[in-house]
Each structure stands twice: as structure tokens, then as C-alpha cells.
Design a protein around this ligand. Structure first.
Ligand code: UDX
Ligand code: UDX
Length: 474
């Protein structure tokens, strides 16, 4: 059995599906790639002539879209036809943590995976390779297989379409904000599966631009579990360094110095040791919760507790930042204006899923603060949805707290008592503290939870500074 892949499609035009398919189309001009979504507006936005309006902000993505869209890259809602024509179908729908029912708060909700698999079962024709791209709980491939095979057993369909499905797990390791580079130069590509020819067909696509030595072939379950494990290990490093940031503030050590010193140990390595307000994003929390769920399911309660600790430290870090802000502002933030700089979960993305800013802002608003929120890429509408609260018009004072959308850093900082940095956007490195100080209320505090600001310059302007993990904060 040898596959010839001429036409692929991807269900889910989100942060993973969009950039991944764009890079495949760019690197494989002879393959026709279509990205599908049930959300009509999202597809309209992907097809928008104005490239600043794409649903996903990712440096370098607009250039690829410009090059490939309409050539061999298409965005469509025509799910039925595209599935029926595809030789290979990627599943890239979201798999959020369940909010109700069995496993609520831990297990992943697979309803979108199931719905998409059923679409494939209904419309696919002939030999089709189905590739899991979404991060999924271990053994999801089995569910996908059962649904697809049930369709095969349907005799009418079988005669009509002569269907045969091959399932692969090909988890995506891209990080948002660096997605294009991660896709173009990955550390490794993982392909799990049972059928050698199907694995080779996918490997051949990647070999167009990736060294074959970096393409790992495993069984399905190793591939699925490797993705959860990679995310759990990465998140664990952040919680570890964040736990030590609290200790630094108490003891006189400096987290930057500690982080550098341990990172130079080759066995530890220097990446992923930046302290901050805790990890966010669509994967870390969800994947660890999922790991916890699986461990408990198999009776491995101690293992589950071990990973729960990583999540607990993440919440602890956010809670203590809120406490620090309140303490420094004389024990109350009620009706005080506070600037929030950065709302996305990290820089270079407009994604706010699980962003630490959501919890920190909600807590401050609950304390009665008037927030002024600025983020270079996150829209007012998105923040309103995340905080479940409309932006006010200026000067509205509410005992219940409020927030106002700001379009510049200066605008956000006018009249405030405190400036809180929550995302590591580059532009926060060069803030003109002299100008800001003129417009803020005195004493003015800077709370830098990402250690990105030039705090020496801020101090020169008489701004009081709290830096995460530093005991020299005033
Ligand atoms: C990622 C990962 O793929 C996933 O493993 C992780 O669990 C969540 O984050 P991502 O691309 O970032 O997914 O999610 P998102 O941006 O929400 O995109 C998913 C898209 O799938 C949405 O546009 C949604 O409309 C679409 N979708 C969902 C379908 O087209 N069909 C469905 O049945 C369900
Ligand atoms: C992550 C994984 O890196 C990626 O491989 C996987 O496919 C999906 O999940 P992503 O969530 O996009 O990617 O971003 P990442 O760069 O990993 O950052 C996650 C969070 O950790 C962010 O909130 C970030 O600010 C935080 N972080 C990261 C730190 O606080 N300190 C660090 O040193 C690194």
C-alpha cells in the first residue's frame, strides 16, 4: 500500500490549524491544502484582503498567507466536499477541559473531536489518512478508530465509498508567538501510528523541509502521551521557578541571578526559567489536568497529586501578585485607578486563553479597582468576554470596580496609582517613564510581574518599583 498525497484538509482553523496548514502549503507547492471551520466568520476573516484582520496574530503568518492563499492554500466552510476529496485529513479542533459531568474540571471535552470524526466518517471516500493534531488524552485515537470503523461496517456506505481509514497521531509542539519559526524549524516531529505506509506518507510531507533524523516514528499511545508529558514538564519548570521567586523576595536572593546560575548547568538548561505571573495558554493547564485525570483513573493517586502541585503553584503566584498590589497601595485598591499593561497570555499573540491577566484583573475589579487595560493585540471585545464585564466610559466610578479599554500605554497610565505589567511585550522594555510619571498620581507604583521593564529608569523618575522575585523592591 502506498499513498499519494495530493490534497489535504484540516478541520479547525484556529491557532494550531491555521499556521500549521499555512506552513505545509508554503513548503509543499504540489499539495492542495484547505483549512475548514464550522465558524463562518472565522473563515471570512482568514479570507480577508486586509491581512491585519486575520483571526490569528502570529509574526510572519501574514506573509505566508499572502504568498499561498488562493494558490494552494484555501479557507472554506465547505466541509462535506473537502472531506470527500481529501487524501489526508488533519483534526485540529479544540479540546477544552470539561466544565460539567464526569471528569468536570479535569478531563478534556472531546465532543468536537467526536463531531468532526463523524463528519469524516460520513463524507470521506476511499483511502483516507486521519491525523490527530489537537492535543488529546491518551488513547483518543482508539475512539476515532471506533467511530470510523463503525461507519465502515455500514454495508451500504462501504459499497458506495469503499472507505478505509488510517489513524495517525502527530501532535503539534508549536508555541504561540513563535509558531512560524517553530513549524519551519521544529526540534522534532512526532508521528505515531500502526500503519507504516501511512506514517511514511506523512513523514514524506515533512521531509520537504525537515531533516528526516528529526522525524520520530512511535506507536500511537507514545505519541499522544509524549505531548501531554512535554507540556507537563515545561509547565513544571515555570511553577518551580515561580515558587523560588517567592522565596527570593523573602530572603534577599534575586530570581534573575538564581535563574541564570541554575540555567548554566547543562543538565538543567536555560530555557523556560523565566519567572512571571504563571503560565497561561490553551495547553498547559488543560494537559496537566488531563494527566491528573488519567492518573486517578488508573489509581495512581500519588502521581496525580504530584502534578496537581504544579497547578496549585500557578494559582498561588497569581493570588500573591494581587496581594502585593493591594498591600503596596496602602491596603486598598477600592476606587483607585490601576493601569494593566498586557492582557494576552504571552507576547506576540492575541490569544488570551488561560491568561494570568484574567484572574488578576478580575480579583482587582472585585476589590473595587478601576482598571485601565492596554494590550497591543487584544481587542476590547475579547477582554469584555474574558472579564465578563463591559468596558466603561472614563471616570465612571463604581464601588464594584470597573475597567476601561486604553489604546496607548500613556492613555492607560493617566491618573493611575499603579502600573501592572502582565505580559512580556517588547514595547514595555522602552516605556518613557519620565512622561508617564507626569500624568500618574503620586506615589506611583510599578509592579513588573515579567521583569521586562527598565526599572532603573523608572526609579530615577521617583516611581516606586516592585519586581517579581527581587528583595530590593521598596
Ligand atoms: C489548540 C490545540 O489544537 C488543541 O489541542 C488544544 O486543546 C487547544 O488549542 P487551537 O487551534 O488553539 O487548538 O484552538 P482554536 O483556536 O479554538 O481552534 C479550533 C477551531 O476548530 C475553532 O475555530 C472552531 O470553530 C473549530 N471547530 C471546532 C470546527 O471547525 N469544528 C468543530 O466541530 C469544532
Ligand atoms: C506551549 C508549548 O510550549 C508548546 O510546545 C505546546 O505545543 C503548546 O503549549 P504556548 O502555550 O503557545 O505553547 O506558549 P509557551 O511559550 O509555552 O508559554 C506558556 C506560558 O508559560 C505563557 O504564559 C508564558 O508566558 C509562560 N512562561 C514561559 C513563563 O512564565 N516562563 C517561561 O520561562 C516560559
Amino acid at each position: 500500500m502506498k499513498f499519494e498525497i495530493k490534497r489535504i484538509c484540516c478541520i479547525g482553523a484556529g491557532y494550531v490549524g491555521g499556521p500549521t496548514m499555512a506552513v505545509i502549503a508554503d513548503k509543499c507547492p504540489s499539495i492542495r491544502v484547505t483549512v475548514l471551520d464550522i465558524n463562518n466568520q472565522k473563515i471570512l476573516d482568514w479570507n480577508d484582503n486586509d491581512l491585519s484582520n486575520l483571526p490569528v496574530y502570529e509574526p510572519g503568518l501574514d506573509k505566508i498567507i499572502k504568498r499561498c492563499r488562493g494558490v494552494n492554500l484555501f479557507f472554506s466552510t465547505n466541509i462535506k466536499e473537502e472531506i470527500s476529496l481529501a487524501d489526508m485529513i488533519f483534526l485540529s479542533v479544540n479540546t477544552p477541559t470539561k466544565t460539567k459531568g464526569i471528569g468536570a474540571g479535569q478531563a478534556s471535552d472531546l465532543k468536537w473531536i467526536e463531531a468532526s470524526t463523524r463528519q469524516i466518517a460520513s463524507y470521506a471516500k476511499g483511502q483516507t489518512i486521519v491525523v490527530e493534531k489537537s492535543t488529546l488524552p491518551v488513547r483518543t485515537a482508539e475512539t476515532i478508530k471506533l467511530i470510523l470503523e463503525a461507519q465502515n461496517d455500514d454495508n451500504n456506505k462501504k459499497e458506495e465509498n469503499n472507505n478505509q481509514f488510517y489513524i495517525l497521531s502527530n501532535p503539534e509542539f508549536l508555541a504561540e508567538g513563535t509558531a512560524i519559526n517553530d513549524l519551519e524549524n521544529p526540534d522534532r516531529v512526532l508521528i505515531g501510528g500502526e500503519n507504516e505506509s501511512a506514517i511514511s506518507a506523512l513523514a514524506k510531507i515533512y521531509e520537504n523541509w525537515i531533516d528526516p533524523k528529526k522525524i520520530l516514528r512511535t506507536n500511537l499511545w507514545s505519541s499522544e502521551l509524549s505531548k501531554l508529558t512535554a507540556n507537563a514538564f515545561l509547565a513544571q519548570r515555570i511553577s518551580s521557578i515561580n515558587s523560588i521567586s517567592g522565596l527570593c523576595e523573602k530572603t534577599g536572593a534575586d530570581i534573575g541571578e538564581v535563574s541564570k546560575a541554575i540555567g548554566m548547568d547543562r543538565r538543567i538548561g536555560s530555557e523556560f526559567l523565566k519567572p512571571g505571573p504563571g503560565f497561561g495558554g490553551s495547553c498547559f493547564k488543560k494537559d496537566i489536568l488531563n494527566l491528573i485525570y488519567i492518573c486517578n483513573y488508573y489509581g495512581l493517586h500519588e502521581v496525580a497529586e504530584y502534578w496537581e502541585g504544579v497547578i496549585k503553584i500557578n494559582s498561588w503566584q497569581q493570588n500573591r501578585i494581587v496581594r502585593v498590589i493591594i498591600n503596596k497601595l496602602f491596603g486598598t485598591v477600592a476606587e483607585k485607578s490601576i493601569a494593566i499593561l498586557g492582557f494576552s497570555f504571552k507576547s506576540n499573540t492575541n490569544d488570551t486563553r488561560e491568561s494570568p491577566a484574567i484572574k488578576i484583573c478580575n480579583d482587582l475589579i472585585n476589590e473595587g479597582a478601576k482598571l485601565k487595560i492596554y494590550d497591543p493585540k487584544v481587542s476590547k471585545k475579547k477582554i469584555e468576554l474574558d472579564l465578563n464585564l463591559k468596558s466603561t466610559v472614563e471616570n465612571i466610578c463604581s464601588p464594584n470596580g470597573s475597567w476601561l479599554y486604553s489604546t496607548t500605554i500613556l492613555d492607560a497610565a493617566k491618573g493611575v496609582d499603579g502600573i501592572v505589567i502582565l505580559t512580556d511585550w517588547n514595547e514595555f522594555k522602552n516605556i518613557n517613564w519620565n512622561e508617564l510619571y507626569k500624568y500618574s498620581r503620586k506615589p506611583t507604583w510599578l509592579f513588573d510581574s515579567r521583569n521586562v521593564c527598565d526599572t532603573d529608569k523608572a526609579k530615577e523618575e521617583n516611581i516606586k518599583v516592585w519586581e517579581l522575585g527581587s528583595s530590593s523592591s521598596e
